[in-house]
Design a protein around this ligand. Structure first.
Ligand SMILES: Nc1ncnc2c1ncn2[C@@H]1O[C@H](COP(=O)(O)OP(=O)(O)OP(=O)(O)O)[C@@H](O)[C@H]1O
Ligand SMILES: [Mg+2]
Length: 374
């Protein structure tokens, strides 16, 4: 099956475009043992980038380990996922990781279950608890394995912002940093989807992970890179996408990676003739908004009147100066303290983002959808 466009899951091969500079920088960091913190808003392409870079590193002494800690709720959940990923991905056979487990993590009773996941033959659960192992033993596991085998391990941890939600998060972060910063054969690439949470973990001076590594901020993929991809994919389906409509697809979603692919797909479906018309594109855009209605309704239904008023101001192109009295009066925003509260709540809900140019919607399609409703 040829999929014309892919959205919502990490992309690679013919669906992965651009990011040349980021690929170079991240590859160098992983190969040279430099810790990296990758921050970008949701669905811009963090996971795709890290996967792509990892797949293209063919240095036999560098081993890349991937783990996704989205489902971890506390410190020991993390240690189980962390140790399992390291053991599994540094050994080629079940017997080998069992031997590793016994050698490096004594006192374990690991369980193996054969996995339903297509890219994984089996999964392991180690049963690590505070009674069996100290945090330091687990955090040091990669260094011991790397040293013993003469490897460099690059550990890529996706959805790292979860750490910020763990009970006693700060002391856990301190433990991690203390152990990790002394490792000579292991480096870390930490990335996650809540831009705000990631910034709190890595950009505040008082936090343990401050200056832990090189910060990378993803930008959007520029329109010039999208045009040939979009036109090429249409061509494979026997359709012609005029350049000006390719540009409008990018503009409509502010080059947000996942939405570019989704809107291009909707546009392809709406193209009944050989060549996409303006009306086809307009219909596709309406469809995109409609398809997101359930999601956006859920995201916005519990917003307070103040919060909605604040969003109305942004829709009117107000991006800063919210506490000036004329703006507060026009949009009924309450006191300056109230405005701080509104902003914090909307950032927390990932509805707005603060950039150096002011306050903006985090999601361009949510913005269009709200404009229709408010
Ligand atoms: N380099 C790329 N080339 C083309 N499309 C891309 C690229 N990167 C991302 N995308 C598009 O964005 C979507 C989301 O990508 P990905 O899952 O990598 O983002 P993410 O930032 O990890 O998302 P999340 O915040 O959900 O973790 C992909 O399904 C694809 O449609
Ligand atoms: Mg991701």
């Amino acid at each position: 099956m040829i999929r014309p466009f892919v959205f919502g899951v990490a992309v690679d091969t013919e669906h992965f475009i651009g990011r040349q500079q980021e690929i170079e920088n991240l590859s160098s960091n992983l190969i040279h043992g430099i810790n990296t913190i990758l921050i970008a808003p949701r669905r811009w392409g963090k996971t795709s980038l890290v996967n792509h870079v990892a797949e293209n590193i063919h240095d036999k002494d560098v081993k890349i380990i991937h783990l996704d800690i989205f489902s971890c709720r506390n410190e020991y959940d993390f240690y189980n996922v962390f140790a399992a990923a390291i053991l599994q991905q540094t050994s080629s056979r079940i017997e080998e990781w069992k031997q590793y487990a016994q050698e490096f993590l004594t006192r374990l009773v690991p369980k193996i279950s054969f996995s339903a996941e297509p890219n994984q033959e089996y999964s392991i659960s180690l049963g690590i608890t505070p009674k069996t192992h100290t945090p330091e033993e687990i955090l040091n596991l990669p260094e011991i394995i790397a040293e013993k085998n003469g490897w460099h391990l690059a550990i890529c941890i996706d959805e790292f912002q979860q750490i910020g939600e763990f009970p006693e998060s700060l002391s856990i972060q301190k433990r991690m940093r203390t152990v990790w910063q002394h490792q000579k054969n292991v480096s870390y690439c930490l990335y996650g989807s809540k831009k705000h949470m990631m910034s709190v973990l890595f950009q505040q001076k008082s936090k343990p992970f401050y200056k832990f590594g090189k910060m990378m901020y993803l930008n959007v993929i520029p329109t010039t890179e999208w045009i040939p991809y979009l036109q090429g994919r249409f061509k494979l389906e026997g359709k012609i996408l005029p350049k000006d409509i390719a540009i409008r697809i990018c503009d409509a979603v502010e080059n947000h990676s996942s939405y570019v692919q989704e809107l291009a797909y909707d546009t392809l479906l709406c193209t009944k003739g050989t060549e996409t018309t303006d009306e086809d594109f307009a219909q596709a855009f309406r469809n995109l908004l409609d398809d997101n209605t359930a999601l956006f309704t859920e995201k916005t239904e519990r917003l307070t009147t103040y919060q909605l008023n604040f969003l109305r101001a942004i829709l009117d192109d107000v991006h800063d100066g919210f506490s000036k009295s004329d703006i507060r009066d026009t949009y009924n925003l309450g006191s300056p303290t109230n405005i701080v509260r509104i902003k914090d709540a909307l950032i927390e809900k990932e509805i707005i983002d603060i950039t150096d140019k002011g306050v903006f919607f985090a999601d361009p399609i949510l913005m269009h959808w709200l404009r229709r409703k408010l």
